[in-house]
Design a protein around this ligand. Structure first.
Ligand code: IPM
Ligand code: SF4
Length: 466
């Protein structure tokens, strides 16, 4: 009768609040980055508190770090990174510094290190913490005052969200990825479609996905307004975790696997909301507007706001088209692109790089197009280099960078110039997200690669022979 959400929730309640109010939950792991933690540490210091469980806390440098060369000597980025370094040293928190082996985007290194495990509650002062739910963890983003609370107590006060099932039926057609599915789901339910809910993705298409694709899917849950996304653990999850640095070993591993296997919604579990999607008919998706629900299939044209019955949605669409400098009826495939970004916590893992490299192998990117390839972590970078993917990207004319959030968010050296148009594998296409006046089209890694080749929004199936 219970959902996966119920099971994880119930196992973590330290103090049960009154109906409708918050419960106090135990937190299994707390991740930090330089972008959202400085005030929290300041709060601790002012109150004379320490960090309750530094051993269940880990920090990394990702948002502001340069992806070309080392951190400079001055500037906002240096101030932020130095603050994190001081805070971690003072409070005894392990830190994965930029330029070291374990560094990377917080949502990429958590899984890689084996910190992200089924059944855990994992928090981070970052909205895309939903990513970690791919392992059957309950993982959500928290605000700065909650970061301080977790640091001090290893607990969080939170009102239980409702449960929503998104069931993906059928098998994904060739050339359609988890990113396309995520965009299709958000396009269907809207940016507020899952508000107040935790989405559980289930069904044959989810079971067939690799761990990396599941991470992409859960990553985007927040863009549909969900608190978190999750997927019940199975053999794919267990195989991924085996042997990772933070994964249990020996007897403890066997016990963990046995308990993970019980972590699934009961067959008769009741969800507050359910939607079903048949993925067999999906094709690559791309965003045309300034929020992640403003998407169409790449084979379609820019929609006409006049066709939108709801007046608010119509005005939003008109405004988006003005910002994006697009006219209704223009085929998406005719839209020219200046920049291509392959990376981020959505699509900066090795599987994403492999898929894009396969498209680029033996091809060159179009003259005038700038393509940045930014691995999600130092480990992804090393893996890609050992497979020769960096060479494929360089040969095609792309820039091969070091790990970080990079062009996903204009908080570092990488940004779009005003008016530049970018095909981006990241998760947000808000106004100014990639730089003031910059225009973002959200796409999958293979669409990004094919777009770099033609200089227009393109799926690999539209490319000629090499
Ligand atoms: C800077 C950070 C707090 C922010 C987030 O919460 O998600 C960022 O990662 C983002 O993707 O917009
Ligand atoms: S890669 Fe982008 S979405 Fe992910 S944590 Fe960094 S800024 Fe946020």
């Amino acid at each position: 009768m219970t959902t996966l959400l119920d099971k994880i929730w119930d196992a973590h309640v330290v103090h049960c609040g009154a109906a409708g109010s918050s419960d106090l939950l135990y937190v299994d792991f707390h991740l930090l980055h330089e972008g959202s933690s400085p005030q929290a540490f300041e709060g601790l210091r002012l109150a004379g508190r320490t960090v309750r469980r530094p051993d269940l806390t880990l920090a990394t440098e990702d948002h502001v770090v340069p992806t070309r060369g080392l951190l400079g000597q001055t500037g906002v980025a240096v101030t932020m990174v130095e603050a994190l370094r001081r805070n971690c040293a003072e409070f005894g928190i392990p830190l994965h510094r930029s330029g070291t082996d374990g560094q990377g985007i917080v949502h990429v290194i958590g899984p890689e290190l084996g910190i992200t495990q089924p059944g855990r509650i994992i928090l981070c002062g970052d909205s895309h913490t939903s990513t970690h739910g791919a392992f059957g963890a309950l993982a959500f983003g928290i605000g700065t005052s909650q970061v301080e609370h977790v640091l001090a107590t290893q607990t969080v006060a939170f009102a239980k969200p409702r449960a929503m099932a998104v069931t993906l039926h059928g098998a994904l057609p060739a050339g359609v990825s988890a990113k396309d599915v995520a965009l299709a789901v958000i396009g269907r339910i809207g940016t507020g479609g899952a508000q107040g809910h935790v989405i559980e993705y289930r069904g044959p298409a989810v079971e067939a996905m690799s761990m990396e694709s599941r991470l992409t899917l859960c990553n985007m849950s927040i863009e549909a307004g969900a608190k978190a996304g999750m997927i019940a653990p199975d053999d794919v999850t267990v195989d991924y975790l085996r042997g990772r640095p933070y994964a249990p070993t020996g007897r403890a591993w066997d016990d963990a696997v046995a308990s993970w296997k019980s972590l699934r919604s009961d067959d008769d579990a009741e969800f507050d909301r359910s939607i079903d999607i048949d993925v067999t008919t999906l094709s690559p998706f791309v965003s045309w507007g300034t929020n992640p629900s403003q998407v169409v299939e790449l084979s379609a044209a820019v929609p006409d706001p006049a066709d939108t019955p709801d007046p608010d949605a119509r005005r939003a669409a008109e405004r988006a088209l003005t910002y994006m400098d697009l006219s209704p009826g223009t085929p998406m495939r005719e839209i020219p692109i200046d920049v291509v970004f392959l990376g981020s916590c959505t699509n900066g893992r090795i599987e994403d790089l492999r898929a894009a490299a396969q498209v680029l192998e033996g091809r060159e990117i179009a003259p005038g197009v700038r393509m940045l390839v930014v691995p999600g972590s130092a480990a992804v970078m090393r893996a890609a280099e050992s497979e020769g993917l960096d060479e494929v990207f360089r040969k095609a004319g792309a820039e091969w960078r070091t790990a970080g959030c990079s062009l996903c968010v204009a908080m570092n050296d990488d940004s779009l110039a005003a008016g530049e148009r970018c095909a981006s594998t990241s998760n947000r296409n808000f106004e100014g997200r990639q730089g003031r006046g910059g225009r973002t089209h959200l796409v999958s890694p293979t669409t990004a690669a094919a777009t770099a080749v033609t200089g227009r929004l393109t799926a690999p199936s539209n490319l000629g022979t090499r």
